[in-house]
Write a protein that binds this ligand. Structure first.
Ligand SMILES: Cc1ncc(COP(=O)(O)O)c(C=O)c1O
Length: 463
């Protein structure tokens, strides 16, 4: 495998020249026909697709091309997945090398798995080095839940409102996003899964005398809940480090350190689900690194294989035996192509100084967002770290009433101008590829801001 070729980190630049380049009405006629044909059979599509049914046929670096020949600036990374740019040559080559050599070898070791294991143990903090691999986030979450039960000999879980962890029964039991129709019938949560509020600095439940969010009050609530609300058998707190689907909501800096202390006091595991936020998206390998907290269990995915389906569940070394107990492996987890994709992605992050880029361009994003908040009557809040960003639209800054119609309008307008992205209702989420520089970051933000101006005009907020 020619995996050691030094890559020119500017590999994507030529293909990005002149984007966005919109040459038809969008979605174009070919896109519309293709979407209609596909969705005769393909059901259960996400609302973003229904609201803008474009069909893509090519992606390279930060550029996406649709079937009508329109070229878009990517502000979504697929869905937080192709984070190192679409079809990164080093990663594509690594996958295709193993696609021609060995596609599956059950649980047996392979040369590329050996290298990946060593690399992962090297980049993960503390003694997080008992690893199992999967092919989607939900399965990794499901395994983490089982691992937590095996480690603790306890069976209850506490998670947070508006977190998202996937769509299996346990994962859904840890999330609030689903209505009962999602299950066709019956309760949405398995027994033993509890939910608590987590701090959202823009919409705090408890504030201190100076008006800032009161983390201690949340922790006190959890402590009371542990004593009175559960049957005293809590295995783990299950949390996203920052809420991705809910709209890039980051907790205050003291939240995770204080939660970890609470967990230690009550001998409860801290399970950190970094499927969306991990692997560099916020400028650190794990988002919890920002707060110097080492979880007991972590899952990650999405960016991990840059598009190839590979995810991981990792526990601290002292809990390794639990992975034996739960018989942790799966059919596709750790296949040679998956290991090659993950290994190459980690190497790219190191070789191309991606974490530094995310921090630097992330600073630009936050400054720009703060300015936009000052300038726009419908921007209630802006949030984020690195390349995990959000703009919360409200009807009125004092009532903070969510402005869903504006969210949809800005989404569609910006897409028409050539920005491929996946906002969430009234919160405009942005998750650009981590290779993006300030020039293209500014270009994308200009499109979003122009779309916000137009939306404000449309809804009568400005002349
Ligand atoms: C935090 C988190 N955990 C788990 C999942 C589930 O991952 P997948 O869709 O790969 O099953 C997601 C998906 O968005 C996620 O954001």
């Amino acid at each position: 495998m020619n995996n050691n070729i030094p890559m020119d980190k500017n590999w994507w630049r030529e293909s990005a020249m002149g984007i966005p380049q919109i040459i038809t009405e969008t979605p174009g006629t070919r896109s519309q026909a293709m979407h209609q044909n596909t969705s005769r059979f393909m059901k259960g599509l996400s609302s973003q697709v229904k609201l803008f049914p474009v069909c893509f046929e090519e992606g390279y670096g930060i550029t996406l091309t649709d079937v009508d020949g329109n070229r878009y600036l990517d502000f979504s990374s697929g869905i937080y997945v192709a984070s190192l740019g679409h079809c990164h040559p080093k990663i594509s080559e690594a996958i295709s090398f193993w696609a021609k050599k060995l596609m599956n070898a059950h649980d047996f070791s392979t040369p590329v798995k050996e290298k990946l294991m060593e690399k992962m143990a090297d980049i993960l903090p503390g003694n997080l080095n008992a690893i199992q691999l999967y092919s989607d986030g939900t399965t990794a979450v499901e395994a983490a839940i089982r691992a937590a039960r095996a480690i603790s000999n306890k069976h209850e879980f506490i998670s947070a409102y508006r977190d998202f962890h996937g769509k299996s029964m346990s994962a859904v039991s840890c999330a609030q996003m689903f209505r009962s129709e999602t299950f066709s019938y019956g309760p949405t949560r398995a027994p033993g899964f509890y939910m608590v509020p987590r701090p959202d600095p823009y919409r705090p439940l408890w504030v201190k005398a100076d008006g800032t969010i009161d983390t201690d009050a949340y922790i006190q609530f959890y402590e009371n809940f542990l004593k009175e609300g559960t049957v005293g058998n809590v295995a783990a707190f299950v949390l996203e480090p920052a809420q991705g689907w809910a709209g890039s909501i980051f907790p205050p800096d003291d939240f995770f350190p204080k939660l970890k202390s609470l967990c230690e006091k009550y001998n409860i595991l801290l399970y950190d689900d970094e499927v969306l936020a991990g692997m560099g998206r916020t400028g650190e390998w794990l988002t919890l690194n920002h707060w110097d907290v080492i979880p007991d269990i972590v899952t990650f995915g999405k960016s991990f294989g840059n598009g190839f389906p590979v995810t991981a569940m990792v526990v601290k070394e002292e809990y390794a035996e639990a992975l034996e107990k739960i018989s942790a492996s799966s059919s596709y987890g750790g296949n040679p192509m998956a290991c090659a994709a993950a290994l190459a992605s980690i190497e790219v992050i190191e070789d191309e100084q991606i974490l530094e880029n995310v921090k630097q361009v992330g600073d630009y994003f936050m400054k720009r967002l703060e300015q936009m908040k000052r300038d726009h009557p419908i921007i209630g809040d802006v949030k984020g770290k690195g390349f995990l960003l959000g703009i919360e639209l409200v009807k009125d800054k004092s009532t903070k009433e969510p402005f869903l119609e504006a969210g949809i309008s800005v989404y569609q307008k910006a897409f028409r101008k050539g920005l491929a992205w996946i906002p969430a209702g009234h919160i405009l989420r942005m998750s650009p590829p981590l290779i993006m520089d300030e020039h293209y970051a500014k270009l994308g933000m200009d499109i979003i801001e122009e779309s916000i101006w137009e939306t404000e005009k449309e809804f009568g907020y400005t002349q």
